[in-house]
Design a protein around this ligand. Structure first.
Ligand SMILES: NC(=O)c1ccc[n+]([C@@H]2O[C@H](COP(=O)([O-])OP(=O)(O)OC[C@H]3O[C@@H](n4cnc5c(N)ncnc54)[C@H](O)[C@@H]3O)[C@@H](O)[C@H]2O)c1
Length: 439
C-alpha cells in the first residue's frame, strides 16, 4: 500500500463502472439509493465520502472541507452499475423481492433499475448450500469460467463506455474454507482452477477475473476470496487495490464502537452474548452451519483484538463471547440484534449493559458499498496497490499485510482513513497532541 506523500492523483474523468457480484438486498439498496440521490429524492446519509469532512491544519485554522472536495472522487452522476446473480431478476424485481425499500420509492426508480439485468453467475452449490438458481455459467473447468468473466467484463466496459471499473463482492456468504497449498502462488492457483480443485471457491474466480482485468476488488462477505497469497501477489503485480472482508454493519459496528470505550475507562468484561434474528435471504444462507462458520469467525475476532486480553489480563482474560444468528422469516431485512454485556468496575462490582438494536442491515450496508467503490477508485488513480488497510473502517475482519494483526477500533480506523487522505494531499497528519495551543 505505501504511497508517497502528496501523490499525483489522476483525475476522475469519464464513467466509473461498479460491478457487483450478487444482486440481492445490499446491492439493490445501494443502486436504488444512488439513483434516488441522483434524482434529488434523498440525501446520502451514512456515507462518509458524501457527507464527511476532514479537518486540516490547526484547530484554529478553520479548514474543514468535505472529503469529496478534498480528494478527487468520482461523482455519483458518473457511476454506472453492472451485476451477476444466479437469479435472472432485474435490479427492480430483485429490490422488490428483497423488501428493503418501499414499493412507492422503487416505482419512481423503475426505469434505471429495470435496465440492470444480472449477467450469468459463476456458481456452485457446494459453496452456498441453501441456494440454487438458473442464471449460471457453464464451462469445462474453473479456469475457463474465469476466462468467460474476463471477456464479459471487457465487453461490459466497452458497451457502457466506462473509463474505469471497480468490483465488489456483495453475494452470499460461502462455506468456511481454510487457506490451502494451492492458494500460495499464481501458478498453483491457475493450475488448481484447471483441475477444478475444491479449494477454489466461486468468489476467488471473480476476484481473479477482476485482477486479471486490471480492476480493484473489495470483498463484502467474510469468505477468504482475495485474502490468499496468490491473489494478493497478483494484485501487487498488476498494481491493483484490494480490501475486505465483511461489511461492518449492525451488531459488529456497535461492538467496535462500545468496546473501545469500555477499554478506554479500564472497565472489565466477564462476557458478551450476542444474538440476532433476521429473515432475509442472507439469514437463510447463514442458517447453513458451514456458511455460518465463516460469519462466526468474522464476528468473533473483533473483541479479542480490541480488548487485548494479553495486555490487560485482569480485565479481559477468558471473557466469554458468544454469537448466534437465528433465521426468522417474519423479520425480513429488519434484523434485531440483542447484546447482553456483563462488565465489572471498581472493586470488581458487576454491571450489565443491554443493547437491542432494531437495525436495517442493507440500509447500513449500502453507504459502505458507495464509499468503497469511490475510495477504491481513488486508491487506484493514486497508484496505491495491494491491501488497503486504511479502508478497515468498513470491515468486520479487515484484511492486512501478512503477519500484521487487524485494527478493529472504529475510532482508530477513522483516524487512519483520514490521515491517509491528508497524506495523499500532502497535508500534515493530525496527532491530537495540540501542545502548540498552550505555548
Ligand atoms: N446486509 C448487511 O448488512 C451485510 C453486512 C455484512 C456482510 N454482508 C454480506 O453481504 C452479502 C450480501 O448480503 P445480502 O443481504 O445482499 O444477501 P442477499 O442474499 O440478499 O444477496 C446475495 C445475492 O448473491 C447471489 N449470489 C450468491 N452466490 C453468487 C455467485 N456465486 N455469483 C453471483 N451471485 C451470487 C444470491 O443469489 C443473492 O441474490 C452476504 O454475503 C452478506 O453476508 C451483508
Amino acid at each position: 500500500m505505501p504511497v508517497a506523500k502528496q501523490t499525483e492523483i489522476a483525475p476522475a474523468e469519464g464513467r466509473l463502472g461498479v460491478l457487483l457480484v450478487g444482486l440481492g438486498a445490499v446491492s439493490t439498496t445501494f443502486i436504488a439509493g444512488v439513483e434516488a440521490i441522483k434524482k434529488g429524492f434523498a440525501e446520502p446519509i451514512g456515507s462518509l465520502t458524501q457527507m464527511g469532512t476532514v479537518r486540516l491544519g490547526k484547530r484554529t485554522d478553520n479548514r474543514v472541507p468535505l472529503i469529496k472536495d478534498f480528494v478527487p472522487l468520482a461523482q455519483l452522476k458518473d457511476m454506472v452499475f453492472g451485476a451477476w446473480d444466479i437469479f435472472p431478476d432485474s435490479a427492480y424485481d430483485a429490490a422488490l423481492n428483497a423488501g428493503v425499500l418501499e414499493k412507492e420509492l422503487l416505482g419512481q426508480l423503475k426505469e434505471p433499475l429495470r435496465k440492470i439485468k444480472p449477467m450469468k453467475a459463476v456458481f456452485d452449490q457446494t459453496y452456498v448450500k441453501r441456494l440454487s438458481g438458473t442464471n449460471v455459467k457453464t464451462g469445462k473447468n474453473k479456469f475457463e469460467l474465469a476466462q468467460q468473466l474476463i471477456d464479459e467484463i471487457a465487453e461490459w466496459k466497452r458497451k457502457n463506455k466506462c473509463s474505469r471499473l471497480v468490483m465488489i463482492w456483495a453475494a452470499s456468504t460461502e462455506i468456511f474454507l481454510k487457506p490451502h497449498a494451492v492458494h500460495k502462488t499464481i501458478d498453483s492457483f491457475e493450475q488448481a482452477m484447471r483441475d477444478n480443485h475444491k479449494a477454489i471457491a466461486p468468489s476467488m474466480i471473480y476476484a481473479y477475473a477482476a485482477l486479471k482485468s486490471g480492476i480493484p476488488f473489495a470483498n463484502g462477505a467474510p469468505n477468504l476470496t482475495v485474502d490468499i497469497p496468490a491473489l494478493m501477489s497478483l494484485a501487487d503485480k498488476n498494481k491493483l487495490a484490494i480490501c475486505g472482508k465483511d461489511f461492518k454493519t449492525g451488531q459488529t459496528l456497535m461492538k467496535t464502537i462500545i468496546a473501545p470505550g469500555l477499554k478506554s475507562r479500564m472497565l472489565g468484561l466477564h462476557g458478551w452474548y450476542s444474538t440476532n434474528i433476521l429473515g432475509n435471504r442472507d439469514g437463510e444462507v447463514l442458517d447453513d452451519p458451514d456458511s455460518f462458520k465463516t460469519k462466526e469467525e468474522s464476528k468473533l475476532s473483533v473483541l479479542e483484538y480490541i480488548l487485548q486480553p494479553d495486555v490487560y489480563p485482569s480485565l479481559y482474560k477468558d471473557f466469554s463471547h458468544v454469537v448466534r444468528i437465528n433465521y426468522y422469516p417474519p423479520r425480513g431485512d429488519n434484523k434485531e440484534g440483542w447484546d447482553n454485556i456483563d462488565i465489572f468496575g471498581w472493586l470488581g462490582y458487576p454491571m450489565q449493559i443491554k443493547i437491542d438494536f432494531l437495525c436495517r442491515d442493507s440500509i447500513l450496508a449500502a453507504p459502505i458499498v458507495l464509499d468503497l467503490a469511490l475510495f477504491l477508485d481513488l486508491a487506484q488513480r493514486a497508484g496505491m496497490k495491494g491491501v488497503q488497510e486504511w479502508l478497515s473502517f468498513y470491515f468486520k475482519s479487515p484484511q492486512t499485510a501478512p503477519g500484521l494483526y487487524p485494527e478493529h477500533d472504529i475510532f482508530i480506523q477513522l483516524m487512519k482513513l483520514k490521515n491517509t487522505l491528508r497524506h495523499l494531499r500532502g497535508e500534515d497528519l493530525i496527532t491530537h497532541l495540540g501542545l502548540e495551543y498552550y505555548d
